[in-house]
Design a binder for this molecule. Structure first.
Ligand code: ATP
Length: 328
């Protein structure tokens, strides 16, 4: 069993609201349990470049309401190489660090698992921090709730103008591989159609649906397109529909990076605190190569290997069915 005395915490991959409450919980839970804590700047890049600093309870004051991450984040190619991992390992050992909390998404966990298999004397615990909500072993990832609320707020505003002008809006939301934000935002905003990477939608079916909507006296229509939809991008889809659907003025909006920022919701503050607290307690209990998650409102541990298993990850089928039926 790993008995730990000093842990490092980092955030990696895309930033997600809720990372800061999680860092705060990690730091304070560790110190409460007489562990030393080191903050790593810019994810795996900071491990390789030895960019780390000692943290204390006051290092994380007044950060609960901040979006982004006080530790900064980065995408680091060098960590994918054996040399990069070895440098990171040596830097950690030189500081006497024997445990690592990594807050990030699937790429971050892939790196953490590889690293931990190479260097098992450093215990590793993952916290799901990604707006994509695409990991097995947790119903929600950190940042997903805030990002979805941000998207909903924006689409509600677009709906006002769409309705006033009899317009059809195509709105692109984040999600290269995951339609989780698109699906929930679509249901919450009453989108007429939701295009997702996980589900094929024929453009002809989309056109038929929009024509039916007009026949059924809809004064506006919203089509949400996740970034990763396979129909060729939001502008292309809008162009193909424009030829067939003449009764609406068609507009395209890409919400872009505004979806990532902002103060974390109550849900993400609590989730970040719970997961950070649980991650440190799991390391103290001798766990490694696991992810802390939330299932049925209980903290659960899942192996990093299983958390990354995309075969087991599915969007909820009832939401997919309901989205179609409620938009008639
Ligand atoms: P998000 O879901 O927000 O995109 P992510 O954690 O998936 O977050 P990535 O950029 O895919 O973000 O991964 C973060 C970092 O993890 C990468 O920059 C890289 O340093 C590391 N990483 C990813 N894949 C591997 C791998 N196969 N081996 C080693 N490290 C990796």
């Amino acid at each position: 069993m790993h008995k730990i005395s000093k842990l490092a915490v980092l955030t990696s991959g895309g930033d997600a609201p809720g990372m800061n409450p999680c860092i705060r919980a990690v730091v304070r839970t560790a110190i409460y349990n007489n562990l030393e804590v080191v903050g790593v700047r810019q994810g795996y890049k900071g491990l390789i470049e030895n960019d780390m600093y000692d943290m204390a309870p006051r290092s994380v004051s007044n950060i609960l309401s901040l979006g982004g991450t006080i530790l900064k984040t980065a995408r680091c190619l060098e960590f994918r190489t054996d040399e990069g991992m070895e440098t990171a390992y040596k830097n950690l050992k030189a500081k006497g660090i024997d445990a690592l909390v990594v807050i990030g998404g699937d790429g971050t966990f892939t790196g953490a698992l590889r690293f931990s298999r190479k260097y098992p004397d450093i215990a590793v615990m993952g916290v799901p921090g990604t707006i994509d909500n695409d990991l097995c072993g947790t119903t929600y990832t950190l940042g997903f709730d805030t990002a979805t609320n941000t998207v909903i707020e924006a689409i509600d505003k677009i709906r006002d103008t769409a309705d006033a002008h009899d317009r059809l809006f195509f709105i692109e939301v984040m999600g290269r591989d995951s339609g989780a934000i698109a699906l929930r935002a679509g249901i919450s905003c009453g989108a007429e159609a939701i295009l997702l990477p996980e589900k094929e939608t024929a453009i002809s079916d989309l056109i038929d649906g929009l024509k039916n909507g007009h026949t059924n006296k809809k004064s506006s229509s919203i089509v949400i397109v996740a970034e990763g939809d396979k129909n060729g991008g939001v502008y292309d889809i809008a162009k193909r529909v424009e030829h067939e659907v003449k009764h609406y003025d068609i507009k395209v909006t890409i919400l872009g990076h505004l979806q990532r920022g902002g103060s974390p919701s109550s849900f993400d503050r609590i989730l970040g605190s719970r997961l950070g607290f649980a991650a440190v307690n799991a390391l103290i209990a001798g766990e490694t190569q696991k992810m802390v998650g939330l299932e049925a409102n209980h903290i659960v541990l899942t192996s990093l290997e299983k958390a990354l298993n995309q075969q087991e990850f599915r969007l909820e089928s009832d939401l997919l069915l309901m989205a179609d039926i409620l938009s008639i």
